[in-house]
Design a binder for this molecule. Structure first.
Ligand SMILES: [Zn+2]
Length: 302
């Protein structure tokens, strides 16, 4: 009898034990975090990927840019970086010129410069005409490897009677900024600083549209010249002689140096990239100007 009782009791014990909440090491609620323990900040997932994490497009005060554009901050070009995407298709013509007239931009994804907005392009042309620029439109250029533009123009005279020598092919916006810079700064400043040279007759350009990488390097980023966004000025031709672009030291007290410094500085009001003569090794004898678009309208001028 007692045996049976014991068995029953044991059985009951097991049953109740199973039904009751465990009394042992219970997985109580989450370990109540000690109040004084600082909350662990959520791990900032995605560590900055090496570059352009800074919101403000401030140029890294680091190494000088390779050319054309600042490599360091590079906040420009909203569209995906997609540099030089090669799409299947007909082999691109040999890199460089001349542009192939009539060749449709069959690889729009490879052209970083977006097609011109028709209204903006029309407005740009109207402004150029108002300024007296002598130009004509040209067929789209697609030289492959990302080089090209949808609405090139060929400029012969940047302002009435002032040639662009040799004539240049580039985007309307580039021409417009150059025309304004010439009219509003180069001519008035030259009349003061270079009065003995007479009137401006031509802007000597060293490079407008050309399908190449920055600094003409074999590899690397494509140059703004390859989008029609850039112009290199090598010198200015006046009635009484030419004036080359020169490295103008701050302590050079001559009029020509003052003129060059004025031009370098004023160009930044029109172009978003200005690389003055002497700004780096690749720019010793010319003034590089381009209209690349950067976030927040940032300009890179040195
Ligand atoms: Zn250039």
């Amino acid at each position: 009898m007692t045996k049976r009782l014991a068995v029953i009791l044991i059985g009951l014990g097991l049953l109740t034990g199973a039904a009751l909440p465990p009394t042992g090491p219970v997985p109580t609620e989450k370990p109540s975090a000690p109040a004084d323990q600082p909350a662990v900040p959520a791990p900032a997932e995605k560590p900055p990927e090496g570059e352009e994490s800074a919101p403000a497009p401030v140029p890294a005060p680091g190494p000088p840019p390779a050319e054309d554009v600042v490599p360091a901050e590079k906040p420009e070009d909203a569209p995906a970086p997609a540099p030089k995407v090669r799409l299947p298709g007909p082999p691109p013509p040999a890199r460089g010129l001349p542009p192939v007239p009539g060749l449709q931009p069959a690889k729009p994804a490879a052209i970083r410069v977006a097609p011109e907005d028709p209204e903006q392009f029309a407005a740009c042309q109207a402004e150029l005409k108002t300024l007296g620029t002598v130009f004509e439109t040209a067929p789209p250029i697609d030289d492959g490897e990302g080089c090209g533009m949808s609405n090139p123009i060929v400029v012969r005279e940047i302002l009435p009677g002032i040639k662009l020598a040799p004539e240049a092919t580039f985007r309307c916006e580039t021409a417009l900024q150059l025309a304004k810079l010439t009219r509003e700064t180069i001519i008035p400043a030259a009349r003061i600083a270079l009065a003995d040279k007479g009137e401006l007759k031509a802007i000597q350009q060293a490079s407008a549209y050309v399908c190449r990488n920055r600094n003409s390097a074999a590899t690397g980023k494509i140059s703004e010249h390859a989008y029609g966004n850039a112009i290199d000025i090598a010198g200015l031709e006046f009635d009484k002689g030419s004036v080359p672009m020169v490295i103008a030291a701050q302590d050079d007290g001559t009029f020509p140096a003052a003129f060059q410094r004025s031009l370098n500085a004023a160009a930044c009001l029109y172009f978003t990239t200005v690389l003055s003569p002497g700004s780096d090794d690749a720019h010793k004898d010319h003034l590089h100007l381009d209209v690349i678009e950067r976030k927040s309208g940032y300009r890179f001028c040195r």
